[in-house]
Design a protein around this ligand. Sequence first.
Ligand code: HEC
Ligand code: HEC
Length: 282
Amino acid sequence: MQVKVVIGTIAFMLTMIVLGYSALREPTRLEEFTGAAHGRSVERGAELFVNNCASCHGIDGRAQSGEGSGCLDSATGEPNCVGLPLHNYYLLCGDPPERLTQTGWTGTTENFVKKTIAAGRGAIMPAWSNEFGGPMRPDQVQNVTNYVLNWQGETLCANPPVETEWAANVEDLRASMAPGDAANGETLFSAQGCVGCHGALDGSIPAGVGPSLANITVDGAARVAGQSADQYVYESILYPNAFIVPECPTGACSDPSLMRGDYAFVLTQQNMVDLLAYLLGQ
Ligand code: HEC
Ligand code: HEC
């Protein structure tokens, strides 16, 4: 009798210990499960991205036109990223990211990305979700959103890009640089994605997103009172939102600008002088 009670008590205590232990483990298991599910969602999102988005945003989401970028113009076969960069500090990092402030978005980064993917925006970015007449189910939109947000990793967000100290006046910049190399400017015009949105200066590739720059020497001088074409083009490249051109190939130009907003960080000062030499013939 005595022995049975002792065994019973010990058995009861052991059971409690085991139960208590697994109760403590439960949150970890839940986390592991959620982590694995999130990983699968990102993987599925990656596949959706390569098949549906890379043609405009680049295979790595950086929208950097060029060999291996993954975006090709269907007519010319030239690398041509007309989408905005997504694997990008301004869209994904900061609290809130610069891009959200610029567009007046007050929600979360996730909702900004998801909403744009689901509903599309402007004349070029298609709507993807079934809810807006697109080809994807809401769970697929979530997967591709998770894939884009997955770029928020430490390497991107721990390294804010450093902006060059740009002279206010283009003449001051030019005075401190070697003379502009128009041939290199033409190479940059392709490699930096300008041609994808603005078309070629000789008209061999039509302008699609931004205005043609074939006449920019004349147009540029007439845009902003008191600004030479030279100064205007310089500022247009550095600060696309400072002045919004009225007419784009698809109608009125969007505000904020559809032009990439990171050239002040991407271009070197000599790149700028070379681009200006190509565009304005100086
Ligand atoms: C036909 C070209 C094209 C395709 C294909 C495309 N996009 Fe876009 N995307 C754009 C353009 C152009 C914009 C800028 C739209 C605007 O601001 O009006 C954009 C904007 C975005 C933005 C907002 C970026 C910002 O900084 O505001 C996100 C996010 C995005 N696209 C994700 C995707 C995803 C994900 C896919 C694939 C499911 C995709 N896009 C497919 C052209 C495209
Ligand atoms: C993603 C598309 C896109 C890319 C890439 C792009 N632009 Fe633009 N650009 C635009 C749009 C749209 C406008 C008109 C809206 C505005 O005023 O910002 C514009 C405006 C301009 C203007 C003013 C044009 C005028 O008629 O007044 C200049 C100059 C310009 N871009 C130069 C460049 C150069 C140089 C590059 C490459 C280094 C470049 N852009 C890359 C879309 C783009």
